[in-house]
Design a protein around this ligand. Structure first.
Ligand SMILES: [Zn+2]
Length: 304
């Protein structure tokens, strides 16, 4: 079982100091999800030996160029390489028009099923649900409509205790139900409680992506109890006024959200180009929330 996020880019606005615009690759048990797709994302995927064809869903937070200008190139590569598996892209209203302008979807033969889902502003829809994961969007406070995303693992199955199948002669068809909490009734009518048959499941973990946004305490509610969150930290606190004006956050504010939300691990990113050395941003965040890490390109972080 794996649940980890790989950082492909975490600079704000433009490429600088060897850093690139926003993009992350989330790996959940070998299902790959791309989160934002700034310029150069394809090159980062290749550079790190990550398989772009295995990405099934792309989540776009908003339509600012540093979060989306890698998308037309990536889709063009999928078209040229005759991708066959379906691709879903989730993003704000306007995403379809953007892609249509870039790729001319009407006239271009797209050899795979392309499912574009536009999120209505200020709603909190479930945008993806499969056997293992539920992904929901939530609103952020930015200059244009922007969504964050919570990736929540579903409850896992309980573990069968050793030898119970033989001991109680449990038929194969009953095992799934027991792993999901059923008791078992013997031929004699005696009920064997689930606790006797199983031990608790592994915990369900969750990851939240919050970029770009001004400081907004509602975010702490949306991401409450997550195992790990990424929160933008464009500026240091001495530029808090500028952060507010530009609808961005400081490192301290990102850490305050993490603290209020009682999460386990905080990743900060979307660093302003003005910062060559990122350590002061890390120190500022850690002074409020100690378990903070810089979301540096090429690094991966375990969610579990
Ligand atoms: Zn933005």
């Amino acid at each position: 079982m794996s649940f980890e996020v790989f950082i492909l880019g975490s600079n704000s606005a433009l490429p600088a100091h060897g850093r690139h615009p926003s993009s992350q690759l989330l790996n959940h048990n070998d299902c790959l999800y791309l989160i934002d797709c700034g310029e150069g994302t394809q090159m980062r995927l290749t550079q790190y030996g990550l398989k772009r064809n295995k990405i099934d869903v792309i989540f776009i937070s908003h339509l600012h160029g540093d979060h989306i200008f890698g998308l037309p190139g990536l889709i063009t590569s999928y078209i040229l390489s005759s991708r066959v598996q379906p691709l879903r892209i989730v993003g704000p209203v306007g995403l379809l028009r953007f892609l249509d302008v870039c790729i001319n979807l009407e006239k271009t033969k797209v050899p795979f099923e392309l499912d574009i889902i536009e999120i209505e502003p200020d709603e909190r829809p479930v945008v993806l649900e499969n056997d293992q994961l539920t992904v929901s969007a939530f609103p952020l406070d930015h200059k244009i409509t922007t969504s964050g995303f919570v990736f929540q693992e579903k409850d896992k199955e309980r573990h069968l205790r050793p030898n119970v199948i033989e001991e109680y002669n449990i038929p194969y068809q009953k095992i799934n139900g027991i792993k999901n909490g059923d008791d078992f009734v013997l031929d004699s009518g005696e009920v064997i409680l689930n606790d006797v048959l199983t031990t608790p499941p592994d915990p369900a973990f969750s990851y939240a992506y919050c970029s770009d946004t001004a400081y907004d305490e509602r975010i702490a509610e949306y991401v409450k109890g997550c195992s790990c969150i990424y929160h933008e930290a464009t500026f240091l606190s001495d530029l808090e006024d500028q952060a507010a004006k530009r609808k961005h956050s400081t490192a301290r504010q990102a850490a305050l959200i993490a603290k209020k939300a009682q999460i386990d691990k905080l990743l900060i990113g979307h660093f302003s180009t003005r910062y060559i050395n990122l350590e002061p941003l890390l120190e500022e965040a850690q002074s409020v929330f100690s378990n903070t890490y810089l979301a540096l390109e090429g690094k991966s972080f375990s969610i579990s």
